[in-house]
Design a protein around this ligand. Structure first.
Ligand code: 13P
Length: 363
């Protein structure tokens, strides 16, 4: 295992207050989001949306890494946005064969040309857990090493695997937590052996009416089990990123907590259960509004600056993409305005990584 290579990847991802933008929604999830806005649920719509994201001017100032989905990592721009990178793409094949086709530039090239690190979702989604109604385990270990090799050769340097835990009556069970933790650890080890930094994402979902204390209790059980299994497998903490949920009340909980209370509960728990030598903590947004996701992250960095042993940053999908998606609506005329919104949200989250976000910046 080349630990130096892994730690270098993490340093570059989070350099200068940067974070990660997740654009790795499965086809089904991406379509669901499009359907809500009346955007066509086609491969071309998904391609066009992802093209809009990756061609956002100056995105690399605040985004160190992009997480793609298998469909997306193989896609190309419709038209050359940047004549010189398009020409380079066309020139890149010594046989004169134009793999890019037409005017399209491979997304991989667009991303790496601006210095953003390529990441890839490698889990294959959730399936029902046998004998455990309402609980899920994550699929995708079969053939993982081979897929990672292909992605590495395409330029991917980090990967993501998500496990999801629902809080409900008598769930999550310890069996479900144990099973997912073992799978996450196996995935993380295979990634590190392939020269790819694993993002380990055990998400405790916000769905439900549970309190912040309940979220804290479940998140603690989950993280403790995950780190136990990572240790058993021999995953090197300096070469991995944890992508946790924040400690928040359920979306339907009548008692919603203040920004400082969420920051407090989250940081205290993480300091208790996350080893100090983990390379980075990059939160998911999980259904929080864009403003709250920025405010919580900023409060953690501002209030606990000296006590955080790891970079505390973001790996948001919805909290960065949603405002821009609502502007875009699948219409080319809205691309520039949507890109401005996307850049603005990414920039605000960079400020949050420095503990410098405030609501006035929303204007
Ligand atoms: P959200 O920020 O929308 O929770 O998505 C993060 C993610 O990558 C989910 O796996």
């Amino acid at each position: 295992m080349d630990l130096q290579k892994l730690t270098k990847t993490v340093q570059e991802l989070f350099d200068n207050g940067k974070g990660i933008l997740a654009m790795d929604e499965s086809t089904q999830n991406c379509n669901k989001r499009f359907a809500k806005l009346g955007i066509k649920e086609t491969e071309e719509s998904r391609r066009a949306w992802r093209e809009l994201i990756i061609t956002t001017p100056n995105l690399a100032e605040c985004i160190g890494g992009l997480i793609l989905y298998d469909e997306t990592i193989r896609q190309k721009t419709a038209l050359a946005h940047n004549a010189s990178s398009a020409r380079n793409a066309l020139r890149s094949d010594a046989d004169g064969h134009n793999d890019a086709g037409g005017d399209g530039v491979p997304f991989i090239k667009v991303i790496t040309d601006v210095g953003i690190i390529l990441g890839i979702k490698v889990d294959e989604g959730l399936k029902d857990m046998d004998g455990h109604p309402n609980e899920k385990v994550t699929k995708g270990l079969d053939g993982l090493a081979g897929r990672l090799k292909e992605y590495y050769d395409m330029g991917a340097r980090f990967a993501k695997w998500r496990a999801a835990f629902t809080i409900g009556s008598n769930i999550p069970t310890q069996d479900c937590i144990n099973e997912n933790a073992k799978i996450l650890a196996e995935y993380a080890l295979v990634c590190q052996e392939a020269g790819i930094v694993p993002i380990v994402e055990p998400e405790v979902l916000m769905d439900g009416s549970h309190t912040i204390e309940k979220c804290q209790q479940v998140t603690k059980e989950v993280l403790q089990t995950v780190f136990k299994e990572l240790t058993v497998k021999g995953v090197v903490f300096e070469g991995m990123i944890l992508k946790p949920n924040m400690v928040v009340p359920g979306l339907a909980c009548p008692a919603q907590n203040s920004v400082d209370e969420v920051a407090d509960a989250t940081v205290k728990l993480l300091i208790e259960v996350v080893p100090a030598n983990v390379a980075g903590v990059a939160f998911l947004s999980g259904g929080q509004s864009s403003e709250l996701a920025s405010a919580h992250l900023s409060a953690m960095n501002a209030n606990y600056k000296k006590r955080l042993p790891w970079p505390v940053t973001f790996s948001y999908s919805r909290a960065i993409q949603y405002p821009a998606l609502e502007i875009w609506q699948g219409n080319d005329k809205n691309i520039v305005a949507a890109q401005k919104s996307l850049y603005h949200r990414a920039k605000l989250n960079q400020a949050a990584c420095r503990g410098e976000y405030n609501i006035e910046m929303e204007k």
